[in-house]
Design a binder for this molecule. Sequence first.
Ligand code: SAH
Length: 217
Amino acid sequence: MKDTYRDKGLRKELVQLLEKKGISDHKVLAAMEKVARHLFFKDSVFHKVAYKDKAFPIGFGQTISQPYTVAYQTQLLEINKGDKVLEIGTGSGYQAAIINELGGRVYSIERQQGLFERTKKLLIDMGYSRIKLFFGDGFGGLPAFAPFDKIIITAAAPEIPKALKEQLKVGGLMVIPLGDGDFQRMLRLKKTSEDEFDTEEFERFSFVPMLKGKQYS
Ligand code: SAH
């Protein structure tokens, strides 16, 4: 798995673009500059587009999120070193790698079995053995590993899953694209007590849907 000077140069340009688009957290930008996004694509035919600010298909009807979206959600999460972070929707593993780079201890769930298996192997091959991957339905979270400092949902959620609210630490943050139409509103919830949340609203994005149940393939 090669990461050439050309790839590094393209990443630098991508990061400059993200900065222009309003991403201001320098730690997030540094992580985006470090992680080799082209290695998360299924086919090398996509290599030349890996550093464009676009989402792309990764097989199994799923996509790798747009870099701007990854940077945006990561910035909202305000990751501190050592934070226990739950991600719903592992997909390519790229978002998980970015959070890992920031020092987050990542637990990530994927409902699509084929994708889960492929990404698990990829992350091990890339040396990301610290990222813990689970095959399952993210609506239920991971009660055995709760509570989490941060929760990030990377698919369009039709509602805010109750189990995930419960599995967030008091003082913790959840970043969730909410809505089941073509576009979702990015929300950030802060858990202020066992049953109270402050909600902030941000930009609109377009995600693939968060679906119930596991899919075997
Ligand atoms: N974070 C990913 C983005 C993947 S797209 C990346 O960096 O590439 C969203 C992913 O969420 C898809 O892989 C989809 O299969 C998965 N997904 C959808 N509903 C889910 C659910 N209920 N539980 C877990 N994963 C889910």
